[in-house]
Design a protein around this ligand. Structure first.
Ligand SMILES: [Zn+2]
Length: 146
């Protein structure tokens, strides 16, 4: 997924390509879209015009449930802009219920290991970034906190 520097906000704003445009149109619409292979029935991410498992080009976009599990994470204590430099950022690997794994951020939780049990249930949310929206995840059984 390509990104470009946004001179106005100082942050990186996703720049949709022909392959990723349906994904970014989805995040703007509040939907997490992933591709599914019609030949082998598996979902995959990141976007590409062929199945990562069987190389079939008979693939289509589906709207994912938006729920998944926290697989792994690191707490970045020196985040780069546009993240707040004084607020640790949680960089996480999330496995969607459909199967694909995504590198993302966990938000709305205190960035401490005690607050981030592995295998915790998470749900997607979307944060504005320039004229695009980024998928982030929140813990399902955690009260909203900042
Ligand atoms: Zn396939």
């Amino acid at each position: 997924m390509s990104e470009a520097q946004d001179g106005t906000s100082g942050g990186t704003v996703p720049v949709p390509t022909p392959e990723t445009a349906p994904f970014w149109a989805g995040t703007l619409a509040g939907e997490l879209r992933v591709q599914r292979c019609n030949a082998c029935g598996r979902y995959y991410f990141y976007p590409r015009p062929f199945c990562r498992y069987c190389a079939s080009r008979d693939v289509e976009w589906r709207t994912a449930s938006g729920t998944g599990r926290l697989i792994s994470y690191v707490i970045n204590h020196r985040p780069l802009p546009p993240a707040a430099p004084d607020r640790p950022q949680i960089i996480a690997l999330v496995e969607l219920d459909e199967g694909p794994r995504m590198l993302t951020n966990i938000v709305g939780v205190i960035p401490e290991p005690e607050e981030l049990p592995l295998d915790a249930a998470v749900r997607v949310d979307f944060e504005p970034r320039g004229d695009q929206a980024l998928p982030v995840f929140r813990l399902l059984d955690s009260s909203p906190r900042r």
